[in-house]
Design a protein around this ligand. Structure first.
Ligand code: FES
Ligand SMILES: [Fe+2]
Length: 440
């Protein structure tokens, strides 16, 4: 049973909160690179309750600053991108991407005021179409060498979407393997050849079995949770027959991401990033082990359900997620369409802005969620006591944080325990970019 105190401890993320202080010690996605396209590469954003402004200066350097001008608090999101930085339109003070004040043009000639002004600024780095920022104390950690960061740019595609709920419940749906047999159930299997770019619609590897059939017909999974250097590895087994076992291996990358298989060729690395305590963005990097990703098709598929400029879902609580009685009776478990992201969004948002965990009743299939909450609370307590944040690669040892293997396939029952390792190696050997790393 989770107490109200524990629930608050895990979910609140504003400056100075326990979980917020911990999450700030890890790189966080803050924008898609595509959001800085166009004639004025600047974006106002909110992250863990902090108001920030992200921009690219004339030299292409990224900067992330506190949004309120240190002079008298005007909004830098309306600033002018010129002269090597961002200029406040109120009195013309100019700041570079590191927060240094370069000019205070209305002050008397020879004024030294600038030298005493420092705007809050945060390190930023662009990886695979996503801008990551570090808002914590001290130096930012090294970047892990996960597949989504080391695959060539042509083989990744990034996108995001807004959910109106706390980040923790959004994360917890990703470490809940049982829900896929219910929430994402389709009463009929479509042609798996039509599944490009979609989750839970293809065939499991090493079989002709549609994943929709596996999930629907084998709905009592055996879930195993093991610790991993980066977080946790989940192995979910569904017994198909005496000879065959469906194996699905997914990963929790501490503190807020998971890496899961999307198809035999692609994986999804997905972060759940708090905007504030009651809103979060999912950021996903899709990584292909075969050919280049068809970015245009992936983007068009997602724009069918997600609306710019804020990446909000067209199906949402204001229109009952497009719920249809006929569809629920005849086609899908939810009656909310075929995009599984909408199903997950409904599940998480319907738990409330912050799920009241004092009233929940967890079962055996919630074991990864229970294990994760232990990791989180433990990490909060240890970092509060002055220890280094856990599950980060040490400097110079980023190559120990690779993969992580994430697989969905059908194994011979007696080989189920080694299936993930074998299938992952096989996939890497056949992949141009991943095989080069195997050899290295
Ligand atoms: S408030 Fe920004 S320069 Fe005066
Ligand atoms: Fe789901």
């Amino acid at each position: 049973m989770i107490s109200q105190h524990q629930n608050d401890l895990m979910t609140h993320v504003g400056p100075g909160t326990a979980a917020g202080t911990l999450l700030r010690r890890y790189w966080q996605p803050v924008a898609l690179a595509e959001e800085l396209a166009g004639p004025r590469p600047l974006k106002a954003l909110q992250l863990m309750g902090q108001e920030l402004v992200l921009f690219r200066d004339e030299n292409g350097q990224l900067g992330l600053l506190d949004r309120d001008c240190p002079h008298r608090g005007a909004d830098l999101a309306f600033g002018r991108l010129e002269h090597g930085g961002l200029r406040c339109p109120f009195h013309g003070w100019l700041f570079d991407g590191k927060g240094a004040c370069l000019e205070t043009p209305a002050e008397p000639a020879g004024s030294k005021l600038c030298t005493r002004i420092k705007q809050g600024a945060y390190p930023v780095v662009e990886k695979s179409g996503v801008v990551f920022a570090y808002l914590g104390e001290g130096e930012p950690p090294a970047f892990p060498e996960f597949d989504c960061f080391v695959a060539p740019e042509s083989h990744t595609f990034a996108f995001k979407g807004l959910w109106e709920c706390n980040w923790l419940q959004a994360l917890e749906v990703g470490i809940d393997p049982a829900h896929a047999s219910f929430l994402h159930r389709f009463f009929e299997d479509e042609d798996t050849a039509e599944s490009y770019g979609k989750q839970f619609r293809g065939a499991s590897a090493d079989s002709e079995l549609a994943i929709t059939k596996v999930l629907r017909e084998y709905d009592r999974p055996d879930i195993q949770v093991e610790p991993a250097p980066y977080g946790m590895r989940l192995t979910t087994l569904r017994k198909i027959s005496e000879e065959q076992t469906h194996v699905r291996v997914t990963n929790l990358v501490f503190p807020q991401a998971f890496v899961i298989p999307m198809s035999s060729e692609m994986t999804i690395s997905q972060w759940h990033v708090p905007v504030d305590d009651t809103h979060c963005y999912w950021y996903a990097i899709f990584t292909s082990f075969t050919g280049p990703v068809d970015k245009q098709q992936m983007r068009e598929q997602r724009l069918a359900t997600i609306e710019l400029p804020h990446y909000t879902s067209r199906r949402n609580k204001h229109n009952d997620y497009g719920y249809s009685v006929e569809e629920q009776l005849g086609a899908t478990y939810t009656g909310m369409g075929t995009d599984i992201n909408v199903h997950d969004q409904w599940a998480c948002e319907s738990q409330g802005p912050i799920q009241d965990r004092t009233r929940e009743h967890l079962g055996t299939t919630d074991k990864a969620i229970i294990a994760y909450r232990r990791l989180l609370v433990n990490a909060i307590e240890r970092t509060q006591a002055g220890e280094a944040p856990p599950m980060l690669p040490a400097a110079g040892q980023t190559s120990t944080f690779t993969g992580p293997p994430s697989i969905d396939g059908v194994a011979l029952a007696h080989k189920a325990s080694s299936y993930c390792q074998d299938a992952d190696l096989e996939r890497r050997r056949k992949s141009d970019w991943a095989s080069a790393r195997l050899a290295a």
